[in-house]
Design a protein around this ligand. Structure first.
Ligand code: AQP
Length: 342
């Protein structure tokens, strides 16, 4: 089977680890909705098994999973058109991850910068799951023979590892069974940076709430965070090239461009030369206009936990219908005996 024979299918996931933020929206959720609108088959997963690679309070995990599902739906994902589910309800992810643990090499994992960043200086004390995370991520994608994975820039290395795992499996068993998935990383805000430090990515786990705009923030909080965002004293340059050495200014312009669906060049043509005292309120107004409906809808959806759980259970059933035969075929290729099929 040639690679070209794989039907286009989109898969991506987000960890339900709380504090869903503007970076997750612009780098992931907004793109997920765009992929759905293009009519490709789309599967989106609340990756709870990834979340527990670091400690999660059980009650917080439950709440964050429902809140993330609400965030998906409020961002335009339609459970009738996209398959929305949480990872732990589809056992094939963990089962295929084990196979990939046996395909991936220790040296490959040791090169992953996210593990180094998250484990920090205390790598010996990190969970084995955090180390093996990219093999589970490869399983998430390949259990559906997904061909395209919309993600932020930070996940590029993990997608490359998924391709390496797929290629090694295919090579070792002499098959063309798994596609080599492509990362989809495009647009102005593939890497939204912290509002407090333009060299660090905006992140759920940053201890400073002022560093990120949460999707649950109300209009006042959004406006305050943008007003207080760190900048340099110069006005905006007249051309995009002038942003190269100014990470905080570049970040705010990127955010504006992504929220307004404009290119950075178009924003510069409109706002070049403006002082931040003028640009920041414009950005705040735009952010509130775009995000307030999402946070309002999330709040409404969170009022009915049973409805959210039913959406996730339905999605899990549809996801399993795709993943189960792919896992069975994987086992067959590997020579694992299964019950006779009628
Ligand atoms: N700052 C960002 N800019 C653009 N995209 C981003 N993503 C995350 N942060 C940014 C994208 O969001 C998706 C979800 O990723 P995840 O749930 O695996 O979490 P993460 O990447 O680990 O997100 P955080 O906020 O950085 O969490 P912590 O603080 O726990 O590490 C991915 O597509 C990611 O690219």
């Amino acid at each position: 089977m040639a690679e070209a024979a794989f039907t286009p299918r989109v898969f991506s996931g987000i960890q339900p680890s709380g504090n869903l933020h503007l970076g997750n929206y612009l780098g992931a959720l907004k793109r997920f909705a765009e992929a759905q609108e293009r009519g490709t088959e789309t599967l989106y997963c609340m990756v709870d098994l990834h979340a527990v690679t670091v400690w999660q309070e059980p009650a917080d995990l439950t709440r964050a999973t429902r809140e993330l599902a609400a965030g998906f739906i409020a961002s335009g994902l339609d459970p009738a058109r996209s398959i929305l589910f949480n990872q732990s309800q589809v056992a094939e992810h963990s089962q295929l991850a084990w196979v990939f643990n046996c395909v991936a090499r220790m040296g490959w994992m040791q090169r992953m910068t996210q593990f180094k960043d998250k484990a920090g200086k205390n790598a010996q004390n990190a969970s084995l799951g955090l180390f093996a995370y990219p093999a589970l991520m490869a399983a998430d994608i390949l259990a559906y023979h997904a061909t395209h994975v919309p993600v932020g820039e930070d996940q590029k290395q993990h997608i490359e590892l998924s391709r390496d795992i797929a290629a090694k499996f295919n090579h070792d068993y002499g098959v063309e069974f798994f596609p080599l998935p492509e990362p989809v990383i495009e647009g102005a805000a593939t890497r939204v940076m912290s509002l407090r430090d333009g060299t660090k990515k905006m992140s759920k786990s940053d201890p400073s709430d002022m560093s990120r705009i949460n999707l649950t923030d109300d209009a006042d909080a959004i406006a305050k965070k943008i007003r207080k965002a760190r900048t340099d004293p110069e006005p905006l340059p007249s051309e995009a090239a002038g942003l190269a050495e100014r990470p905080e200014a570049r970040n705010l312009v990127n955010i504006y461009a992504a929220l307004a669906d404009m290119s950075v060049e178009q924003v510069m043509a409109e706002a070049g030369g403006q002082a931040f005292s003028v640009f920041k309120p414009r950005l705040a107004d735009l952010a509130v206009e775009r995000l307030a409906p999402i946070s309002g809808e999330m709040k409404r959806l969170m009022g009915d936990a049973a409805a959210i759980d039913a959406i996730l259970a339905d999605g899990a059933g549809r996801a399993r219908a795709i993943a189960a035969p792919i896992l069975r075929r994987t086992y067959d290729i590997m020579g694992m005996v299964g019950a006779p099929r009628s």
